[in-house]
Ligand binder design. Structure first.
Ligand code: DGY
Length: 326
């Protein structure tokens, strides 16, 4: 009698050779659609699975875990893990792997792309060309704000925040940062959040979404920002009070925003933010390069392969479950 292969459920097709590596050792079932599975569909997909590879769009909670009693590892193809109930996974002794590090530079690049595009009004300028409004060179048309030489405020000074700061050196910027836990870094002045929002020309968000950072940038913070300031969010939508942001952009409390994340995701096409000329929204593409997404897929699969081989996942967010052993 041949031993049954472990079953691994994967909630979306992934780039690169990651799935092939998994198929060499496991029976792999992949959710075949572009949209994420519903909670019921995910329960069906993951039933009987030893390993589960999830995306940031998939909720892993007690109801799902009840349907997968054989689960030994969850690998989230993301640096963030706010879509997973980690305390519940920990309680059940299931290690969770994530994919930090490999997406740092791509996400920092996108934060800069949003910063420059919002500050220099690129979406408005491109739309004006398409709409036939480019009639001549005009001294006072589409004037934006300078990024070079300005003050950059980084909220959350982890890997991505630090990568954003490195790029700021080339722009001759003063760099301020706020971090929940104390940090030091050469060329960066750490300040309280209220000072950061007050002094920065560009505020860029790079903290994880937790109970403490939900709504961190609300009406008071937006009111304290300069009227010429630009807000960039490549972290998680709920870190910003989106209603307050809408008002701040409408009333000129701040100049512009560049958002890679929103509430909800996907943001419906009729969301009022999308009608504002000073708000640029892109669909959560911070890590969306061929190389980075392949590396994320590879790292997620490495977690599953490690556990199937009896080893700990290479980057485990709840290592306490490893210490306690089976
Ligand atoms: C992450 O990894 O958490 C990003 O938001 C996805 O690119």
């Amino acid at each position: 009698m041949t031993a049954r292969w472990p079953r691994v459920a994967v909630t979306r097709a992934m780039p690169g050779d990651a799935l092939d590596r998994l198929r060499a050792v496991a029976e792999v079932v992949v959710w075949p659609h572009r949209r994420p599975p519903s909670p019921e569909e995910l329960r069906t997909l993951a039933a009987g699975a030893t390993g589960l590879v999830t995306m940031l769009t998939d909720r892993v909670d007690a109801a799902l875990l009840d349907a997968c009693p054989d689960l030994q590892v969850v690998a989230n193809m993301a640096a963030g893990h706010d879509n997973l109930d980690v305390p519940e996974l920990t309680r059940r002794g299931i290690p969770v792997g994530t994919t930090p590090g490999v997406l740092t530079e791509s996400t920092a690049d996108l934060a800069w792309a949003l910063m420059l595009a919002a500050a220099r009004r690129l979406p408005e300028a491109a739309a004006a060309v398409r709409d036939g409004e480019w009639v001549t060179w005009e001294p006072d048309w589409l004037l934006g704000v300078d990024v070079a030489g300005a003050t950059l405020g980084i909220v959350g000074y982890g890997r991505i925040g630090a990568a954003v700061a490195r790029r700021a050196a080339g722009f001759g910027m003063e760099v301020l940062a706020w971090n929940r836990t104390p940090r030091t870094a050469t060329g960066v002045t750490f300040v309280e959040l209220d000072e950061l929002v007050r002094r920065s020309d560009v505020v860029t968000l790079h903290c994880a979404l937790t109970d403490e950072t939900r709504g961190l940038i609300g009406a008071a913070e937006l009111r304290a920002m300069k009227p010429t300031a630009v807000l960039v969010n490549t972290a998680r939508g709920p870190i910003v009070d989106q209603g307050a942001l809408l008002r701040a952009l409408e009333t000129g409390e701040i100049r512009a925003a560049g958002l890679d994340v929103a509430v909800p995701e996907p943001l419906p096409p009729d969301d009022p933010l999308l009608s504002l000329p000073n708000c640029l929204v892109v669909p959560h593409i911070g890590s969306a390069t061929v190389t980075t997404r392949s590396r994320m897929a590879g790292m997620a699969v490495d977690h599953v392969l490690a556990v199937l081989a009896g080893d700990p996942p290479p980057h485990c967010v709840n290592p306490e479950v490893l210490a306690s052993g089976p």
